[in-house]
Design a protein around this ligand. Structure first.
Ligand SMILES: [Zn+2]
Length: 267
C-alpha cells in the first residue's frame, strides 16, 4: 500500500494550522455538549448559561475566607491586627505545618458540594473545586515542590472507592503544573474522629497514623510539600501528616483545603 506523506518541511505548517483551529474546535465541541446536556448549577441543578458553575443563590451561600486571617492557620480573625497577625491557637500550640489556607467555611453551599463529591460520587465537581484551590493557594503553590493528598485508611478507601483529596490534588496538579504524588504518604492505621476526644485520646488516636517508607526519603529531603485536603475540622489529622513529612526531612509543609471548621492542633 502506498502511503501519502506530507512534503518535507510541510509538517510544521500543518501543525501550525491545527493549533490555529484548535480553539474553534474546542468551542464547537463545548457548544455541542451544552446543546445535548444543557448546563446547570452544580449544586441545585438550576439551568445556567455556562457549564461548571453555580447559580447566583448558591454563590451567595458560600462564606469565602478573606483577610483578616491568621498567617499560620488561615483561620479568619475577628478584626485586622496587620499582615502578620496570628490566632490564639497558633500562638498557644504552633502546628507542624508552616501555613494553612482554606477557601471557605464548612457550611452552606461549600458543605453541600463537598458532600456531593464525597458521598454521591459527583466527580464532575472536581474541576470547579480545584479551581478554587488554585486561587486560594496562590501564595503557596509557587513555593511548593510537590502536591500530596491526605491519604485515606485502606478500608475507608475500599468502602468509598476513591480518595476525594487525591481527586482534587490530581486536578490541581493539572491546573498548576506542580507534580502530585499519591503514594509517598500512606495511612496504615485506622483512626477515630478527633471531635469529642480529650487531649490524650487525640494524641493516641493519631500516633503512627501516617507512614513514609524509607526509600521515599530522598524525594522529600529539603523539599516544600503542599498537603491537599477537602475539609479541615480540628486540624489534628493534617498536623499529624505534616509532622510525618517534617520527620522525613521536608523543609516546609503547607496545607491547602476547600473548607475549614476550626483549626486547633493538639499534637
Ligand atoms: Zn444553585
Amino acid at each position: 500500500m502506498k502511503h501519502i506523506l506530507p512534503a518535507k518541511g510541510a509538517l510544521p505548517g500543518i501543525l501550525n494550522q491545527l493549533s490555529q483551529i484548535k480553539p474553534y474546535l474546542r468551542s464547537t465541541i463545548t457548544s455541542l455538549g451544552d446543546f445535548i446536556l444543557p448546563p446547570v448549577c452544580l449544586n441545585c441543578l438550576e439551568p445556567l448559561a455556562a457549564s461548571n458553575s453555580l447559580c447566583a443563590d448558591c454563590w451567595q451561600n458560600i462564606s469565602f475566607i478573606s483577610t483578616p486571617y491568621c498567617q499560620i492557620t488561615g483561620q479568619p480573625l475577628p478584626y485586622d491586627c496587620g499582615p502578620e497577625a496570628l490566632s490564639l491557637s497558633a500562638i498557644a500550640a504552633p502546628p507542624h505545618y508552616d501555613k494553612a489556607r482554606s477557601t471557605a467555611l464548612y457550611k452552606g453551599t461549600m458543605r453541600s458540594l463537598i458532600h456531593k463529591l464525597k458521598y454521591q460520587d459527583k466527580h464532575e465537581l472536581t474541576t470547579l473545586l480545584a479551581r478554587w484551590l488554585l486561587t486560594t493557594g496562590h501564595e503557596l503553590l509557587p513555593e511548593c515542590d510537590m502536591l500530596i493528598p491526605i491519604p485515606l485508611y485502606r478500608w475507608r478507601l475500599w468502602q468509598r472507592r476513591f480518595n476525594q483529596s487525591a481527586l482534587l490534588a490530581a486536578r490541581l496538579s493539572q491546573l498548576s503544573g506542580k507534580p502530585c504524588n499519591h503514594t509517598i504518604l500512606t495511612r496504615p492505621k485506622k483512626t477515630r474522629q478527633q471531635v469529642g476526644l480529650n487531649e490524650k485520646q487525640r494524641k493516641n488516636n493519631l500516633q503512627g497514623a501516617f507512614k513514609i517508607d524509607r526509600h521515599h526519603l530522598p524525594y522529600l529531603e529539603g523539599k516544600t510539600i503542599l498537603l491537599i485536603d477537602d475539609v479541615i475540622t480540628t486540624g489534628a489529622t493534617a498536623n499529624a501528616a505534616a509532622s510525618a513529612l517534617k520527620k522525613a526531612g521536608c523543609n516546609q509543609v503547607y496545607l491547602l483545603s476547600l473548607a475549614s471548621v476550626v483549626i486547633s492542633p493538639t499534637i
